[in-house]
Write a protein that binds this ligand. Structure first.
Ligand code: LLP
Length: 433
C-alpha cells in the first residue's frame, strides 16, 4: 500500500516499520524521532557487495559514503556487511575509528582537508587519501616525508559529465570546486608531478558525477572517460593505475514518479564497460570502487513527528505544523526536496485534504512537505515522513537552539537507541559566560 515496501499497517491502523509500531516508538522515545530499518540498510549494502562479487569477480569494494549518515552504529553495520567507507572530514574519520572501523578500508575525501586532518589520517593509517588539488598533494608529500611514510593516493578527476541532476549536487562538470580537470591536461600533469614525489604512491583515479541519478548511461560514460584517461596515463607516463573509483549518486524513491533502478545494475553496467575497454586498450583490469551513500540509508529511514498547531487560512492554504522541521531535515529549504508522508496513528485512512506540513523554526521556508495529502490532521497525531535516512540527521542543526532528535534502529520487532536525543544541557555545553 505504500511506495516504501518495508512499511505496513497493523490491526490498530498504525504504521509499522521493522516490525515496530510507529505510535509506540513515538511514545517510547519521543518525537521528533529518526527511525532506521536495519534490515533495509543491510540489504542495500549487500546489493552492492554481491554485485561486485557477481559481475566483477569480487575485484573491488563498495564504500559507504558516510556523509549520508555518519553515526557509530552505521560504521558497525557496514563493517559487518564487508563494505569500506568514504569519509570527508576529521569528524567522520573520528566517528568511524571510534566505532572500530578498520582504517585500511577508509577512503579520505575532501577538497580542503586541513593539516590536522591529514596528520590524523596518516597517523591512523587510513587506507587511501583521495587528493583533490596541487596544494594538497604538496602538503601531503611533505607530511609523509617527515613521518617516513608513503601515502597511497587517488586523484579526484572532473570527467566533465552532466548527470542531469539538481544544480547544487552535480559535481562532475568542469566548473566545480572538486578535483582536477581532464580536458586541459591538469589531471595528467598532477599525476606526473606526484609520480616524482617520495611521500606518495599514485594508485588510482576517482570521479563522482552527481547525486540522485536514475540512469545507467552517465556512469557508463564516466567509466569510459576515466579508462580513456587511465590508458593515456599509461602511454604517456608509463604509470599503471590500479584503482578506479566511480563515486556514488544512485537515486532512491522519495515520491511517486521517482523510478530507482536496481542498485546492482549500476555495478553490472560499469563492470561490462570496464572489462570491454580494458580488453580493447590492453589495460590490466583495475580494482573498482563505488561510493553509494543515499542508496544505502535513504529509504531505510523515516522521521516521526507529533502534529501541533493547525492553521487554516481560508482560500489560501492550511498549515499543519510538527514539532520538528528544517533543523532535523533541511532538504526542502536547501533543494526544494519532496517527500511523502502519512499519519502514523491513522495509517490506513484515506487522504482528505491537501495541506502544507511546516516546521517550528522562525523561517517561512521551514517546510517539510509543500502539498501533503493527508486525512484531516489534529494536534497529537503522529506524522511520518518517509525516505529520510540520508542527509537528514547528518545535515541536522541546532538552529533556534532546537536539540537534535534521537535515532533508533529497528529490526524484527525490536528497537534500540543508536543516537540519544540532545538535551538543553547539550545545547549550552560549549557556551562560556
Ligand atoms: N562520493 C562522493 C565523492 C560524494 O561527493 C558523494 C556525495 C557520494 C560519494 C555519495 O553520493 P550519494 O550516493 O549519496 O548520492 N546533501 C545532498 C547530497 C550531497 C551529496 C554530496 N556528495 C542531498 O541531501 O541531496
Amino acid at each position: 500500500m505504500f511506495r516504501h515496501d518495508n512499511l505496513t499497517v497493523n490491526d490498530r491502523n498504525h504504521l509499522v516499520i521493522g516490525g515496530c509500531d510507529c505510535v509506540d516508538l513515538a511514545a517510547q522515545y519521543g518525537t521528533p524521532l529518526y527511525v532506521m530499518d536495519e534490515d533495509v540498510i543491510r540489504s542495500n549494502a549487500r546489493a552492492y557487495k554481491n554485485a561486485i562479487d557477481k559481475y566483477y569477480g569480487g575485484n573491488g569494494m563498495a564504500l559507504y559514503a558516510s556523509k549520508a549518515l555518519s553515526v557509530m552504529y552505521m560504521y558497525k553495520i557496514v563493517a559487518e556487511e564487508g563494505l569500506g567507507v568514504d569519509v570527508v572530514s576529521g569528524g567522520e574519520l573520528y566517528t568511524a575509528l571510534k566505532a572500530g572501523f578498520n582504517p585500511e578500508n577508509i577512503y579520505f575525501h575532501g577538497n580542503n582537508k586541513t593539516t590536522d586532518e591529514l596528520n590524523f589520517a596518516l597517523d591512523e593509517g587510513v587506507g587511501r587519501i583521495v587528493v583533490d588539488n596541487y596544494d594538497e598533494l604538496s602538503e601531503l608529500n611533505t607530511l609523509c616525508i617527515s613521518k617516513g611514510k608513503v601515502a597511497k593516493i587517488l586523484f579526484r578527476i572532473k570527467p566533465g559529465i552532466d548527470a542531469h541532476t539538481h544544480e547544487f549536487i552535480s559535481t562532475g562538470q568542469i566548473d566545480s570546486k572538486f578535483g582536477v580537470t581532464l580536458e586541459n591536461g591538469e589531471a595528467l600533469d598532477i599525476i606526473k608531478t606526484a609520480s616524482q614525489m617520495e611521500g606518495v604512491e599514485v594508485v588510482g583515479v576517482h570521479c563522482h558525477i552527481g547525486s540522485q541519478i536514475f540512469e545507467l548511461a552517465p556512469f557508463e560514460e564516466a567509466a569510459r572517460v576515466m579508462l580513456g584517461f587511465v590508458a593515456e596515463v599509461k602511454s604517456k607516463l608509463g604509470i599503471e593505475i590500479s584503482e578506479l573509483n566511480l563515486g556514488g549518486g544512485f537515486g532512491i524513491r522519495y515520491v511517486e514518479g521517482d523510478a530507482p533502478i536496481a542498485y546492482d545494475s549500476y555495478i553490472e553496467a560499469v563492470s561490462r564497460v570496464v572489462k570491454s575497454i580494458c580488453e580493447e586498450k590492453g589495460l590490466k583490469l583495475p580494482r573498482i570502487l563505488m561510493e553509494p551513500g543515499r542508496s544505502i540509508v535513504g529509504d531505510a529511514g523515516i522521521t516521526l513527528y507529533t502534529i501541533g498547531m493547525v492553521k487554516d487560512i481560508p482560500g489560501v492554504r492550511k498549515y499543519v505544523s510538527v514539532d520538528g522541521g528544517m533543523a532535523d531535515n533541511p532538504r526542502y529549504i536547501m533543494y526544494d526536496a519532496e517527500y511523502d508522508g502519512v499519519l502514523a496513528n491513522r495509517a490506513g485512512d484515506r487522504p482528505e485534504e491537501t495541506v502544507t506540513l511546516c516546521g517550528r523554526c522562525c523561517e517561512s521556508g521551514d517546510i517539510l512537505i509543500k502539498n501533503a495529502h493527508l486525512p484531516s490532521a489534529k494536534k497529537g497525531d503522529i506524522m511520518c515522513i518517509m525516505s529520510t535516512g540520508a542527509y537528514n540527521y547528518s545535515m541536522a542543526s541546532n538552529y533556534n537552539r532546537i536539540p537534535r532528535p534521537a535515532l533508533v534502529m529497528v529490526s524484527g520487532g525490536k528497537s534500540k537507541l543508536a543516537v540519544k536525543r540532545e538535551t538543553y544541557e547539550d545545547i549550552v555545553r560549549n557556551d562560556i559566560i
